[in-house]
Design a protein around this ligand. Structure first.
Ligand SMILES: NC(=O)c1ccc[n+]([C@@H]2O[C@H](COP(=O)([O-])OP(=O)(O)OC[C@H]3O[C@@H](n4cnc5c(N)ncnc54)[C@H](O)[C@@H]3O)[C@@H](O)[C@H]2O)c1
Ligand SMILES: [Zn+2]
Length: 360
């Protein structure tokens, strides 16, 4: 790890329990310092293969189970064998789960930690950009149900988060972009200055760790300021679903072939498109953001999605109220808001127009 990467540690206040985020520059040392008797590791198999040198000594010393980081793993069916293994191997209420992986490994571990023995401690080593710059804080623990995303879960933060930035070095480009796309929504929610900062660092972030860590730390900082006020997503935090209602529908229709943060990037553009239609923002704002999201989704297309099926999937969103759609829309940088509306024919026409003319 190079010297010029700022390392900063901070604490997140939580209704459930406060937790610390620590940046570490030596993985083996961090594992050595953190792990205690009784810990049970849940790790991403791909991460284990890539980082065997660091992880294997601990995997032979502690109980563990490897999972594949796929969306179907994030389900009752996927979680069951993990729970079975925990029970068979003598996992107890006073033991801890240690998650090593991205957002999927996090959601699986957090979900199990929240329900096993009415709650056990867990520690998280996030290994993707998305997990390091976003999902690791915020307490959410969702798994999917059938083809619908994040339908089951609650709030259950880890007891500690240990961020080892060099994990990012082995990510596929698409996973890098997914992390960049996921973090972008915080910068738009926060305001024009933050959006401009993100935009100016975007290209650099792919090769320059200092630029990337600026984006990661600011992303976490913005998120922290909201989740500490509205941890349970009842109020101001809901704006962070910007791009997500559309994004989740895209993930569901493509069978998760599009990485989450890339689907969210399409979703933000769709939210902006609807916001222009409804007179909330001028075209120019949408176009400025579009110049960034187009780079993120480059190589992916949603043009072939069936609009009616897409509309149905949108209807399953957690933020809907009765027959009304609860969409997070854009009234300008720093002015993202929740709009609850009866979405009729006009809305469907806009969707058709988007998929017909705008979706590539
Ligand atoms: N709980 C939350 O608050 C929250 C927030 C955002 C997203 N999520 C969820 O997180 C999931 C997406 O997370 P993600 O993007 O981290 O996905 P992920 O966990 O699926 O990881 C993406 C891919 O990267 C691989 N990978 C992981 N670490 C790697 C590394 N260091 N080097 C190389 N490859 C590596 C994985 O094996 C996988 O193939 C979605 O299911 C999303 O719903 C949860
Ligand atoms: Zn997300």
């Amino acid at each position: 790890l190079t010297e010029d990467i700022p390392m900063y540690n901070f604490t997140v206040k939580s209704v459930i329990h406060d937790y610390e985020v620590q940046f570490v520059d030596k993985l083996d040392e961090a594992l050595n310092n953190e792990l205690i008797e009784g810990d049970f590791l849940i790790y991403d198999n791909k991460v284990q293969r890539l980082y065997a040198k660091y992880l294997d000594p601990f995997l032979s010393q502690y109980q563990s189970i490897g999972i594949d980081a796929t969306e179907p793993q994030k389900s009752y069916q996927g979680v069951m064998p993990v729970i079975q293994s925990l029970i068979e191997k003598g996992f107890r209420k006073n033991h801890r789960l240690i998650a090593v992986g991205g957002g999927i490994t996090q959601d699986v571990t957090a979900f199990i930690a929240s329900i096993m023995y009415r709650g056990v401690k867990w520690v998280f080593f996030p290994t993707t950009l998305l997990a390091q710059g976003d999902s690791c804080i915020g307490s959410k623990t969702s798994i999917n149900f059938a083809e619908f995303k994040n339908q089951i879960g609650g709030f259950y933060p880890p007891n500690k988060i240990l961020i080892y930035p060099p994990f990012i070095d082995t990510l596929e480009v698409a996973e890098m972009k997914s992390g960049m796309g996921e973090m972008l929504h915080y910068f738009i929610v926060s305001g024009k200055d933050d959006f401009d900062m993100y935009r100016s660092l975007y290209q650099q972030a792919f090769s320059d760790k200092a630029a990337l860590s600026k984006i990661i730390s600011r992303s976490l900082e913005i998120k922290k300021s909201y989740i500490e006020v509205d941890e349970f997503d009842q109020n101001i935090r809901q704006v962070f679903n910007y791009g997500h209602s559309f994004g989740h529908a895209i993930e569901s229709l493509t069978n998760y072939a599009i990485p989450h943060g890339i689907a969210v990037s399409f979703g933000m553009d769709m939210a902006n498109f609807i916001s222009v239609k409804m007179g909330f923002i001028p075209e120019q704002v949408r176009n400025e953001i579009r110049q960034v999201v187009e780079k993120i989704w480059d190589g992916y297309s949603i043009k072939s999605l069936d609009v009616r099926t897409f509309r149905q999937a949108l209807g399953k969103d957690k933020k809907n109220i009765g027959t009304k759609l609860g969409l997070i829309l854009n009234k300008g940088y720093g002015n993202i808001f929740k709009n609850v509306m009866e979405a009729g024919e006009q809305f469907d026409e806009w969707l058709f127009e988007y998929f017909d003319k705008q979706a590539d």
